[in-house]
Design a protein around this ligand. Sequence first.
Ligand SMILES: Nc1ncnc2c1ncn2[C@@H]1O[C@H](COP(=O)(O)OP(=O)(O)OP(=O)(O)O)[C@@H](O)[C@H]1O
Length: 847
Amino acid sequence: MITRINNKKSGKTRTPYSFNFLKDPRTRVVVGLIFMLFSIYLLVSLVGFFFTGGMDQSLIDKETRELMTNPDIVVGNPGRKLGAFLSDLLINRWFGVSSFIFCYLLFIIGLRIAGRDIKKFGKKIIISFVLIIWCSLLLGYIFTFLPTGYVFPGGAHGYFVCFWLNSFIGEIGSFFLLIVSFAAILFFGFENAFNKCVTMIKNYFARRAQLKEERALAREAALARKREEMAKTEEPEDLQEKEEDIDTEEKEKLDIETVPPVEDELFPRHEFDTTDPDESEKQELHDPEEEFTTEHHFDLSVDKNPENQDEHREDTLPLTNDDIELTVMADKLEEQLTKNLMPDTEYDPTLDLSNYQYPPLELLEEHSSGSQKVTAEELEENKNTIIETLRHYKIEITKIKATIGPTVTLYEIVPAPGIKISKIKNLEDDIALSLSALGIRIIAPIPGAGTIGIEVPNQNPEVVSMRGIIASKKFQESKYALPVALGRTISNEPYTFDLAKMPHLLVAGATGQGKSVGLNAIITSLLYKKHPSQLKFVMVDPKKVELSIYSVIEKHFLAKLPDAEEAIITDNDKVVATLNSLCIEMDSRYDLLKQAHVRNIKEYNEKFVKRQLNPNNGHRYLPYIVVVVDEFADLIMTAGKEVEQPIARIAQLARAVGIHMIIATQRPSTNIITGVIKANFPARIAFKVASMIDSRTILDSPGANQLIGRGDMLISKDSEMVRVQCAFVDTPEVDAITKFIADQQGYPEAYALPEYVSDTENGVSGDIDLGVKDPLFEEAARLVVNTQQGSTSSIQRRFSIGYNRAGRIIDQLEAAGIVGPFEGSKARQVLIPDEYSLEHILKTVEF
Ligand SMILES: Nc1ncnc2c1ncn2[C@@H]1O[C@H](COP(=O)(O)OP(=O)(O)OP(=O)(O)O)[C@@H](O)[C@H]1O
């Protein structure tokens, strides 16, 4: 075996050294042992030198040959002649006291030869030599000013080099050189320790400053309480006098500073679900609520009980009862503070991808239909036909007004007094026949207008370009959480809405009527307005072709299961797992909201951005999640209840936590759009459907069957129905947008949804394989040590993983000796005090 080490002199070229003769492991062990024993022998001799060196001096000064051969010469060093000789050589003539490092060097070389793997062996050797030289210089420098006996602490090397240095750059110059070289050794040789020291010092000062403020605050609070109590018990006339007494007395004693009142946000109150054993574990260990309660119900008279005082004495200096309590309170505050020390600046979720560019408008095309506008003749003709047809049925009208839309023109009529509205409504088909046009829709009356509307399709419908809608002021200036620009209304107004308010969408339409274009319009408008950190899509596409176009933006905008290969889900089994995983995500988001005492994702994220929520407690910035299911019918047919249930659950609950669903189907029959689904999707979009029954299924009213197709749609929400011409966005445009996004830097991977283990898999997972280290093991270990909380649920929440996996990680942490065993309702004990010790364990832990 040929091993190479760094050449110590140049540090650049590598000189081979051969352990060929050590090929036999037995030889290696023996030689290694010799080195180690010799290092111990040397250590004993060096130590002995300090006791016997003076006496031995005259003996070893004799000629070496005589010293070695004459057995009558007896030296006092425990290593006898050789020991005395080597100690004198190393300490006095070479490097002084720092020669002790040679013992260490020999020992680790011995270990290495014996076959023990020593981490960073080369670095250790180099650092040892550098330290030998540096310590020798330091001692040489110090002892140029101090008298020495028979020992030169810096050795001849230290003495002579310093002597020369002092003459060359002076004592002060030498001093600075030593300091600088020491810092360099620390920095290059002990980089981790150096950085740790710097951060520790910084943290220490930051903590002290804040602690001082909080201590003063706590004292002030206690004082105020005492005053209050006094006010209750003392006679009014004595009160003022007493207060003054307390003020001066206590202030002198406690050195009170006036500080602003505590803000609740600094210590967010956490609530825990006591039904979850892990949560109660956590509660026992670090329940901020409990700490709060302790602070607020703090009563100076409580601890008159000597038993309680004893309890407190463990961590306080028992001066007076008041002092005991104040110190306990201050300690609790300190504990809180260490957990809550966070930077002052607001958290910027977009910072990870701060160079992200939103897609420019130029990627969209202008689908101009040129001269295809409604002509005056067409208007006049339609107007006359309507009047004549109605007259034919003895319906007189007093006024008619036309509003030209992109696909249809709305003729609003005001019937003569006494004409029943239902009569006109019943003539719908006759009027359609007279106008010889498909897609006539009569709105009787137009809500709020007091008129009757007749929508007549234009001979040359206009294509509404997505570009114009996205460019519209209404969309650009919208402040919606999830802004969607969908098309133009009958009066040519851009139609926009906030998906977050819908909160879910059901989209139906017969094949080829514009459903896919509609979905693309919704998705692209979101892509135009949202940063990747704010929005994630979960895309389900059983048809495998409709949404695949978005696969390239996986690392920017898509979310998927941790083990999924494709971000666009096409497999029905995966859909079930994904929907259930979304339910877990929903539940964990609810937990977070509950802990943060907010009602919805908007408030939660606002609080998080203001750094009022501590990421160490599992808090994280929550992106909105939009689930798009294209062809829901396929799913229901194959997976039935398995998909219906989670969809219904998400639809019922997910609004507050920012999960929204858009499900589309071309078969709006009642066995697909079931009562449960319908009840939970109040907002619905219908493209043209085949029959009135279909229209009723989707909209609860007829009308969708009378649409003219090609993006003509009815949107029903809040019991209001709007006819909108969907904006047209062509596949090449979507391609350009996704490519523009995909070409930019994204996250390392798609947004990971929590792992979902189905019940059937659960059965198997009983025998957890502890032999394979979980990929999250190290990160979880750091989390546990940093927060000093060993609970499964915090791991589950922090990494958005399933309970089983989090449990397996906790078991592995226990096996590695990082957390203690399961203790029922109590939290597991964290056995490692700090990250530094942890890193050491992580290097050595083996599975
Ligand atoms: N908003 C629109 N404006 C103009 N033309 C449109 C619009 N929407 C759709 N079309 C036309 O209709 C065609 C079919 O649209 P689309 O692919 O969206 O139908 P679909 O309902 O998704 O059909 P399928 O269910 O079979 O996928 C498009 O290729 C386009 O020519």
